[in-house]
Design a protein around this ligand. Structure first.
Ligand code: GLU
Length: 506
């Protein structure tokens, strides 16, 4: 029987979930759903010094907003918990000890001062940053250099120690990456990574392997920055006797910004978000803007994110989540970096806003208007307004500028556009419009337009000369959808009131 597909996203909760992290989530999710498998969220919080309050909650919120919720996680439960590594602390030691007993790892008693001294003493022009590796471990204080009795004594005297992997002096470690194909590493270039820290906590390297094994992970997708750790992980799978169970790996390409790897700084410099949602850093009070608050629809967000590094081989660009689940394939992910283009991301959002029913946009638009203190929003009016203006909105936040005038009479007018051509004949024209519109029983855009044009013709005024003035009367400026559509939605009383008010100001 085929093994059930189980994939995981394993973030360290250190704050802010950037595009790269969200794309890892997305590819995991798509792969899991396509294969009727499970998507697991595991919190890798073994490094307590990097603990950030609220970061875990924030990750859940981002996944929820994007519609990429896991099947198992610290809050979704499942049969392989706990899903927070800090709560699994007791699990790891036995595996580290087993590695020592089998000769694949060793105790190291070096103090921070001794490690620093090693880095100074062995620094050469050729080797500017010496590492604890197959050469130097023979010169350090560990269970390979000390006698057995001494090691036992150190441990019984509770002298702090770590457990390090004993990297082979020279071995070729290979694996097949689903995106990159066959990859080889020379172990002589890799240092003896710490597996278990002095406080008994595992490091990432040990925890990731033990947990992927115990959680029956079949495929491990992660960012390219973890590629250099792969030889350590592969050896651990082998040394722990689990080689047959090892997941298939895929290392996802970097996301590039205007200056190489996309960074938070790029966002600040070029004015676009890099995080999924607003992130308030509790350490320094700094706020980094997110795609959600910038006005992106989750559908657009996952659509452009999916295409950062992947395509289905056709020209299609707009994909629903269901289509992505069907079409996604890891083999079609490029190994080269994927360039993030904010203008293109906005294009996706615009397309998605256009495609959405106004009904579905209503909650988000209502929130945006309420935030800008528009208190009373009539539900039916909101429906009509959204249908009328949605094609003009690139970001959800654009709905404010595009529709505020339906809810508020303008108090400022683009007078520089009106006044140079303003005069008695135009005043008379609009007075006649008021009279005509007051008697109007059919308040539809077509009738309003016909009447408007007839009155203009009768007064020998070209409609073009008064149309933009009419618009400014209703809206305040030269923007918005068709002016008669606006008047039709505003209704008779409101339209006439606005013309009258403008006549006292122009
Ligand atoms: N904890 C690692 C991170 O923060 C996970 C890497 C992996 O998926 O193996 O990205």
């Amino acid at each position: 029987m085929e093994k059930k597909v189980r994939v995981r996203f394993a973030p360290s909760p250190t704050g802010g979930l950037h595009l790269g992290g969200m794309r890892t989530v997305l590819y995991n999710y798509l792969f899991a759903k396509q294969n009727k498998g499970d998507f697991i969220l595991r919190i890798e919080d073994t490094d307590q010094s990097r603990f950030v309050t609220g970061a875990e909650r924030y990750i859940f919120d981002c996944l929820k907003w994007a519609g990429l919720e896991p099947d198992e996680s610290p809050i979704h439960r499942g049969n392989y918990g706990p899903y927070r590594q800090s709560e699994r602390k007791e699990i790891y030691r036995k595996y580290a000890e087993q590695l020592v007993a089998d000769g694949f790892a060793y105790y190291a008693f070096d103090t921070p001062e001794e490690l620093e001294k090693m880095r100074q003493d062995f620094k050469t022009g050729k080797n500017p940053s010496p590492q604890y590796d197959h050469e130097l471990r023979n010169k350090m204080k560990n269970s390979l250099t000390l006698g057995e009795d001494e090691v036992r004594r150190f441990i019984s005297e509770e002298i702090p120690y770590v457990i390090r992997i004993k990297m082979p002096e020279k071995e070729l470690v290979s694996f097949n990456d689903m995106i990159r194909g066959e990859i080889h590493f020379d172990t002589s270039l890799v240092d003896d990574k710490v597996l278990l820290k002095a406080d008994g906590m595992p490091t990432y390297h040990l925890a990731v392997v033990v947990d992927d094994y115990l959680m029956k992970i079949t495929h491990a997708f992660r960012g390219e920055e973890w590629l250099s750790s792969a030889p350590v992980h592969i050896l651990l799978w082998k040394y722990l006797g689990w080689k047959k169970e090892m997941p298939q790996w895929a290392h996802l390409p970097l996301i590039l910004g205007p200056n190489g790897k996309l960074s938070k700084r790029d966002g600040a410099q070029f004015g676009f978000p890099v995080f999924a949602m607003n992130w308030n850093d509790p350490k320094n009070g700094e706020m980094t803007e997110g795609f959600k608050e910038k006005g992106f629809l989750p559908e657009a967000f996952i659509n452009f994110l999916a295409l950062l590094g992947w395509n289905d081989g056709t020209e299609q660009e707009i994909f629903t989540k269901e289509e992505l689940i069907q079409r996604f394939s890891m083999e079609r992910v490029h190994s080269g970096g994927a360039k993030f283009d904010y203008e293109k991301a906005k294009w996706f959002n615009h397309e998605w806003i256009k495609r959405k029913e106004s009904q579905d946009l209503k909650p988000a638009v209502r929130n945006i208007l309420v935030e800008k203190s528009i208190a009373e929003i009539d539900d039916q009016l909101l429906d009509k307004v959204i249908s009328l203006v949605k094609d003009r909105c690139t970001l959800l936040t654009d709905f404010y500028d595009q529709s505020v005038f339906f809810f508020r009479t303008p108090d400022q007018y683009d007078l520089t556009s009106v006044q140079p051509k303003w005069g008695e004949s135009k005043k008379l024209f609009f007075s006649e419009i008021i009279r005509n519109y007051e008697l109007n029983t059919d308040w539809s855009a077509t009738v309003l337009e016909t009447n408007f044009k007839e009155i203009a013709a009768a007064n020998k005024i070209k409609p073009g000369e008064v149309l933009s003035t009419f618009r400014i009367m209703l809206v305040g400026g030269k923007f918005g959808p068709g002016v008669f559509d606006i008047a039709a939605i505003l209704g008779k009383d409101n339209t006439i009131q606005r013309i009258k008010k403008a006549l006292t100001i122009f």
